[in-house]
Design a protein around this ligand. Structure first.
Ligand SMILES: [Zn+2]
Length: 138
């Protein structure tokens, strides 16, 4: 079993559903309440199935993904979050510098859902494959 690439994960129904649910929960149409949502994508190394865990709610342009929950028989293979602020108003829809830096630091692909679609940054797949512990890779 290999660590899935960002493109492979984007074809997974569980990942697509998680991105859309996070987008809905971000309240992008509400200027006062819109905020980032997101979480982590896991691969169960026994069954090969994809799992999702959501992070605590974020701020208007912030979400803390530094501490993924540790799940039995599963490793973190990506993070995901939303950019709910409108690109038409000048907000960056794609990865921020902090998104790219944290993705390389965490060692897994970063998937972003924005109003103009889906963006990715960071490594193409989990650094070092599926070894190295169940949270982020070493
Ligand atoms: Zn971001």
């Amino acid at each position: 079993m290999q660590a899935p690439t960002a493109d492979e994960l984007l074809r997974e129904p569980a990942v697509q559903e998680a991105l859309e649910q996070a987008w809905i929960d971000s309240l992008a149409d509400d200027p006062l309440r819109r905020h980032e949502e997101g979480g982590w994508v896991y691969l169960n190394t026994t069954t090969g199935s994809i799992g999702i865990r959501r992070a605590p709610v974020g701020g208007q342009a912030f979400l803390d993904l530094s501490s993924p929950p540790i799940l039995p028989d599963a490793v973190v293979v990506a993070t995901f979050h939303t950019h709910p602020n409108p690109s038409a108003e000048g907000w960056e829809s794609g990865p921020s510098t902090a998104d790219t830096q944290s993705a390389w630091g965490f060692g897994v692909p970063c998937i972003i859902r924005a109003d103009d679609g889906i963006h990715t940054t960071g490594p193409n797949s989990r650094r070092g494959g599926l070894t190295g512990g169940r949270g982020y890779p070493p």
